[in-house]
Design a protein. Structure first.
Length: 212
């Protein structure tokens, strides 16, 4: 059974229970997706997986696809429309789906434990306080070490900065996986998932939702 789906982050909202409890949720437009390729552990690939393509409102024409990708879509027999976004979902068992099958939000149910993979918001160049949560130095009179990172190495030995030392630099715009999330509500008719808590990335950003 396919245990994941591609989607786009819509934004955040709230769910109100009958007793007045408020639950913050992230809304994900999950799918619909189409199976582009299947891989089997008994075949040449050596592992079980399916490759999904995200079906979007504005489809892409086959003539506008680059040649290598065009050949990949033509292998499906012409029954699968080309998609801009392709993602591979690993499976624990043999893939039961066939090329051309649709994958929708109804593969999830309320209360399912999931993990979400996305790309975090890019923050540009950031200092150590913002990037690594360093503490500030003293702000009293004469202090010249308020937001400086402090010592980053030794002078005599080894006379160099150790690899991996936390420093200022490019922050965000990286692949992030959030585990332990819960599906609060599934709107199968509109392919909407409401996930309890926050999900990485900006509104409109691509995410992959997988069962834990």
């Amino acid at each position: 059974m396919i245990s994941g789906i591609i989607g786009r982050k819509v934004g955040m909202t709230q769910l109100f229970a009958e007793d007045g409890t408020v639950t913050p949720v992230t809304v994900i437009k999950a799918g619909p997706c189409v199976v582009i390729q299947t891989k089997s552990a008994t075949g040449a690939d050596g592992y079980n997986a399916v490759q999904l393509g995200l079906v979007e409102d504005k489809p892409i024409r086959l003539k506008n696809v680059a040649k290598p990708q065009r050949g990949h879509f033509e292998k499906t027999g012409g029954g699968v429309p080309p998609t801009r976004v392709l993602k591979e979902i690993r499976l624990t068992g043999e893939p039961e789906a066939a090329v051309g099958d649709q994958v929708k939000a109804d593969i999830f149910a309320d209360g399912d434990k999931i993990e979400v993979v996305g790309k975090s918001k890019g923050r540009g160049f950031a200092g150590t306080i913002k990037r690594h949560k360093f503490a500030r130095g003293p702000e009293s009179h004469g202090s010249m070490n308020v937001r400086a990172p402090g010592s980053i190495g030794q002078s005599a030995y080894p006379s160099r900065v150790i690899k991996g030392t936390k420093s200022s630099g490019h922050m965000g715009d990286a692949r992030v996986t959030i585990k332990g999330l819960t599906v609060a509500k599934v709107d199968a008719e509109n392919n909407i998932l409401m996930i309890r808590g926050a999900v990485p990335g900006p509104n409109g950003g691509l995410v992959v939702v997988k069962k834990s």
